[in-house]
Design a protein around this ligand. Structure first.
Ligand SMILES: *Cc1c(COP(=O)(O)O)cnc(C)c1O
Length: 397
């Protein structure tokens, strides 16, 4: 028996919403009010942001952390503090949020896009070496969805060619590569606490590193060029005001304490959904397993959609049909950045429009994304997703 699809006017598989996001309770409320009533609203008077910097760096197996207003500025700050600028090239992935590349362009350097690896959606380690030129200064891998990039291969190349490694860990709170948390495996890493991210204060970001001199440069640049022991109006370098207000620090402390429990929940539901999909929905392909990934934030679950298994219907049609069935936290994901009009204009269309990066382009057409907050829900939620996919597959086959 086939049921009429919701997109054709049938009854949707599901009507109730998925797990809400953000998650908060009285702890955030109390932390916020405490800052409010303390009158210490700025990081230079208060303790919340400074405490959070230490706690997050520690959680992420790093020595130093410097909070900034968002993840984009975290990446930019790391680049500037490492001296990456005009004339330099930074090797990175095109299948990522625009901020990875815009941070490189906005410090005056040029992103060099190489293709991704099928099955991981991360930078293809075996293509990096061929992209290295005398101008290459750094590699910026992205731990996309929270899945660590191949840090062994990346560090080996960085060492061989004397390059910096700046990790875009903006989706990878708590993710581990061979037992070590990401972010400070290379020289430095940036994280985001924007509203959709697994821990959030609405906005926010942090740079982490194990390099003390680098952390001091970041601190100085983020605090209008002051130095720690210096006078208020003593500015040693040109910086910005990239300081975070204390309420964000207060909220982030509570959010960080909640993260380990949330990570277990997401892991459990992602595994359950993946098993169900593998058993019951041919044509939706989960990412490849990799035993070197010892913890995964599951900011996203990215599946590879195969139109042939759905009567030739496109990924976009599938996303629309799923949404109509009430599976709303599903999306199409990124357009690869070498195809982004903004990046093409910024870099000069002639410089990148000719690039052919077939795996990233395929990912742009065939990826299906599920967002982290649905994995905080129940097994029933996962079963509804599978039921909707099967219903569509049956109707279209
Ligand atoms: C969210 C994100 C960023 C940027 O973070 P913002 O806080 O939004 O500036 C950068 N890179 C990736 C991969 C992201 O997901």
């Amino acid at each position: 028996m086939t049921h009429k699809l919701a997109i054709d006017g049938g009854k949707p598989v599901r009507q109730q919403p998925f797990h809400p996001w953000p998650v908060y309770d009285h702890q955030e409320e109390e932390a916020l009010l405490e800052v409010l009533h303390s009158g210490r609203w700025g990081v230079l008077d208060g303790t919340r942001v400074t405490e959070f910097e230490k706690q997050f760096a520690n959680f992420q197996n790093a020595q130093f952390g410097i909070c900034v207003p968002n993840g984009t500025l975290a990446l930019q700050l790391a680049l500037i503090a490492l001296g990456v600028g005009p004339g330099d090239e930074v090797i990175t992935t095109p299948y990522t949020f625009i901020a990875t590349a815009s941070s490189i362009i906005q410090v005056g350097a040029a992103p060099v896009f190489i293709d991704i690896q099928p099955g991981t959606h991360n930078i293809a380690p075996d293509l990096i070496e061929g992209a290295i030129t005398p101008r290459t200064r750094a590699i910026m891998p992205v731990h996309l969805s929270g899945r660590p990039a191949d840090m062994d291969a990346i560090l080996a190349l960085a060492q061989k060619y004397n390059l910096f490694v700046i990790e875009d860990a903006c989706q990878a709170w708590g993710s581990e590569w061979r037992g070590k948390k990401v972010g400070a495996i290379g020289n430095a890493g940036g994280f985001s606490f924007q509203a959709s991210k697994n821990i959030t204060a609405g906005e926010g970001g942090i740079v982490i590193t194990n390099d003390e001199a680098l952390s001091e440069r970041c601190w100085s640049i983020h605090n209008v060029g002051r130095i720690r022991a210096g006078a208020w109006y003593q500015h040693e370098v040109l910086g910005w005001n990239l300081r975070l207000p204390e309420w964000e620090g207060a909220i982030l402390q509570v959010q960080l304490a909640r993260l380990p429990g949330h990570m277990l929940r997401r892991e459990e539901n992602v595994n359950y959904l993946t098993r169900l999909i593998q058993a019951e929905v041919p044509g939706l392909i989960p990412p490849a397993e990799d035993p070197r990934i010892t913890a995964h934030s599951h900011h996203l679950l990215i599946l590879n959609y195969q139109p042939a298994a759905f009567g030739g219907h496109s990924r976009d049609e599938f996303v629309d049909a799923m949404s109509a069935e009430g599976i709303t936290p599903i999306s199409n994901g990124y357009i690869p950045l070498h195809q982004s009009p903004a990046i093409q204009r910024a870099m000069g269309e002639a410089n990148i429009a000719h690039l052919s990066l077939p795996v990233a382009e395929q990912a742009g057409r065939k990826s299906l994304w599920f967002n982290q907050h649905i994995f905080l829900g129940t097994h029933q939620d996962m079963e509804d997703i599978v039921e909707a996919a099967k219903k569509i597959q049956t109707a279209w086959s």
